[in-house]
Design a protein around this ligand. Structure first.
Ligand SMILES: [Zn+2]
Length: 212
């Protein structure tokens, strides 16, 4: 049954048997397609979305390596590579501890930079915000993406939105990107005004979500 081995492989995270072509594991949600180009020849936008979600997560010692990996994946898109290189320049002189402090001051303590997309989109309309959070929760659950460490009420976090978008088919991803884009542009503009180094990262996310 050798030909069957060529059609399937095992997920490195949960060891479920999955298709060789799978971009992510439908069982545990893990992202699997790690090269810039997919086997059928199209650019791996899902990987970009996943890496940007990782970069929006609180920095660890591996952070500079992850930023470099992001630039390498974006190499064939001149604009994207330039944007992430700008981010790399702005954080180059910071130690991990300094970077973590900037991260916390930015995303945990400054409401205008909050990554809660629903709140950014509907600051005064709680019903619309709740609807958006419920939509996100459903998207994530349908793909088995883990919501933790975020609470189900914070399923609209941009990090989770980017993980959801990576796993959508292209038509749905386009609709979703246009729904999320105004929130990302709003955060990026607030950061620009405050000279915050994460502006370059948000601008990269904004570029990715903008239709070409
Ligand atoms: Zn798995």
């Amino acid at each position: 049954m050798k030909w069957i081995d060529r059609l399937f492989r095992f997920c490195p995270e949960c060891e479920t048997r999955i298709s060789h072509k799978a971009r992510y594991c439908e069982h545990c949600g893990a992202w699997l397609a790690k090269s810039a180009w997919l086997p059928e020849g199209s650019f791996n936008w899902g990987l970009v979305s996943e890496i940007l979600a990782d970069l929006l997560t609180e920095p660890t010692v591996e952070y500079p390596t992850k930023v470099q990996a992001c630039r390498a994946v974006l190499q064939s898109t001149r604009k994207g590579a330039g944007l992430i290189a700008g981010f790399e320049d702005r954080i180059r002189s910071l130690s991990t501890e300094e970077l973590r402090k900037v991260y916390r001051d930015t995303f945990d303590l400054t409401p205008s930079f909050s990554l809660e997309v629903g709140k950014q989109l509907y600051p005064t309309d709680e019903d619309e915000r709740d609807k958006f959070v419920a939509w996100m929760r459903q998207e994530l659950r349908s793909k088995n993406v883990k919501i933790t460490p975020y609470s189900p009420d914070s399923a609209d976090n941009l990090i989770l939105c980017l993980r959801a978008i990576a796993r959508m088919n292209s038509a749905r991803a386009e609709d979703f990107a246009s729904a999320v884009l105004p929130a990302v542009s709003k955060i990026a503009a607030a950061m620009r005004a405050a000279n915050n180094p994460f502006e370059n990262l948000l601008t990269t996310v904004e570029w990715m979500l903008t239709p070409s």
